[in-house]
Structures are given as C-alpha cells and as structure tokens.
Design a protein around this ligand. Structure first.
Ligand code: GUN
Length: 292
C-alpha cells in the first residue's frame, strides 16, 4: 500500500490567501484591519513560539495583531480585567488567551468571559453549543474550533470522503476530540470517540476508515492501530529528545504506519499550519460578523 504523505503547505497558503483577500475587503469597507488580540501569561517557551507564529501570520495576511503579556504574579483578576477591556474595544475583533494558563487559574472561566462574537478559538459555551446544534453552518460561517476545522479542510482537499465511513477519534478534549467528532458526524461518518479508559483500543481503531489521533503521546499510534488503506490524521505535537536534539513528533509513529495507511498527515507540516490558517480565517469572519 502506497501511503500519501499530505503536507499542508499548499492548502494552508490557499486558506490564508483567501483570508487575506477578505481582510483587504474589510479594510476597504471599514477603514481598519481585522484585529486579533493575543494574550500570553507567563514564560512557557512553546507558548511563546506559538503566540509569535500567530501574530506574525496575522501581520503577513492583512490583519493587525495586538500582544498582551501578563505574568503569573499579576493574578487571575488582572486577566479577567484585560479580557473585559478587550471585549469592549470596538477595534478588537478576536481575542485569544493562549493555553495553558498558570496552574490553578480557571481556564474555563476565561473561555466563557471572552465575548462569543470575538471567540476565535471557538471555546465559548455558546460557540460550542452552536457547533453541536448546527455544525455545518458554524464550519461555513461561524467560529469553529481551529484544529478540527483544519482537519476537515485537509480531508476535503485530500479527497477523503466521510459519508458512511467509520471515523475514530482518539482523545476527548474540548479543543480537539469532541468538536472533531461533531464535525465528522456532520459529514455523515459513523463516529467513535476513544480515550484513556477505552478497552481494546487497538481493535477499535483498526475498524476506522478515518483515524484521528489527538492523544498527546509521542508516536503512540503504530500499525497495530491502522486498518490497511485507512486515512490517518496526526494532531499531536510532542517534544522528544533524540540524539541529544529536541525534535517535534506527532501522536502517530509515521515509520510504522507508512505502507499500511493510504493517507497520512506528517508532523511537523501537517495539521499545525492549518490550525493557524483557520485561526486567521476565524478572525476575519469575526470582524465581518461583528460589523454586519
Ligand atoms: N494552546 C495550544 N493550542 C491552543 C489553541 O488552539 N488555542 C489557545 N488559546 N491556546 C492553545
């Protein structure tokens, strides 16, 4: 079995180019750029890199990005104050508070505090509910959670059809697993969600025509999990030391599943760039939807 390794460079560039066009239209109509406020708390090096990438991609595609940096010593109330202020600012279209927050800070409270019209992560209960009730509409015009929405674009571009297929998602997080299952369901797949308590995980995964790995464990998914010919989507971003060097690896053991899967997204250069592209698309959508 030949495995197609699907790098997302072209698709993410196409998605960004479309968002850039819309951002230019917004600027022409409203005399300001769609604007994303990014809030980082603390000094986690990985979060610094992600946030830098998000603001850089905004600026390269006709959006403005505003950076806000708090320290854990500022306290949770200070973050709430900042989000309230950003909610009120008419020149801010999207608000993203980078996860993880310091230990013991109430992430859910912040997700619910961000105004749903500015919730470009799609984490607010109102947007989560809308995704559940009206998945296709949210995917097309709303603020869907970025990573699973990016996976849907990959499947479409890759020619992976969902109707009548069995899709298995490993991982039940609010950020990826749960919204991913909703989206696959909206594509008429039969969906199974697996997690750490699932018995006979390998056998369940081997029934998948489409397997989405979002576990957060490096190279967890081997060929023992993969039905010959299945499409495998790797959502993982794990840091590993190999030969004395830090390396980013996915949740899928690419070497093991190559030759078994028909389609595989690599890490890096797979799902990651699509997550950022959808974030930019969501921010431009938020700008238009707020001003409608
Ligand atoms: N940290 C890792 N991924 C994400 C994401 O998609 N959104 C936010 N806000 N924080 C993250």
């Amino acid at each position: 079995m030949e495995t197609r390794i699907f790098k997302t460079k072209e698709l993410s560039e196409k998605t960004l180019a479309a968002a850039k066009k819309q951002a230019e239209l917004f600027l022409a109509q409203k005399k300001r750029k769609p604007t994303l406020a990014v809030v980082l708390v603390g000094d986690d090096p990985a979060s610094h890199i992600y946030v830098g990438k998000k603001t850089e991609t905004c600026k390269a595609n006709g959006l403005d990005a505003l950076d806000f940096h708090l320290t854990p010593a500022d306290g949770f109330a200070r973050l709430e104050e900042l989000v309230n202020k950003l909610n009120k600012r008419d020149d801010v279209d999207g608000i993203l508070v980078q996860s993880p927050l310091p230990k013991d800070w109430d992430e859910e409270k912040i997700q619910a505090l961000i105004h749903p019209s500015k919730d470009v992560d799609g984490f607010h209960p109102e947007n989560v509910g809308a995704l559940s009730l009206n998945t296709i509409k949210v995917l097309e015009t709303g603020l869907p959670s970025c990573t699973p929405a990016g996976v849907m674009e990959i499947l479409k571009e890759g020619g992976i059809t969902l109707r009548g297929k069995h899709a298995v998602v490993i991982g039940r997080s609010n950020i990826v697993g749960k919204p991913m299952a909703q989206m696959l369901l909206s594509g008429d797949a039969t969906v199974t969600i697996c997690h750490s308590k699932t018995t006979d995980l390998e056998a369940t995964c081997r029934r998948a025509d489409v397997l989405v790995a979002a576990i957060g464990k490096a190279r967890f998914v081997t060929k023992a999990f993969v039905k010959p010919g299945a499409a495998v989507i790797d959502v993982g971003i794990n840091r590993e030391m190999r030969d004395g060097k830090a390396k980013v690896v996915g949740d899928v053991d690419q070497e093991s599943v190559t030759g078994v899967a028909s389609f595989l997204t690599p890490v890096p250069n797979g799902v990651g760039p699509m997550t950022i592209a959808i974030l930019i698309r969501n921010t431009v959508r938020a700008a238009f939807n707020r001003s409608a």
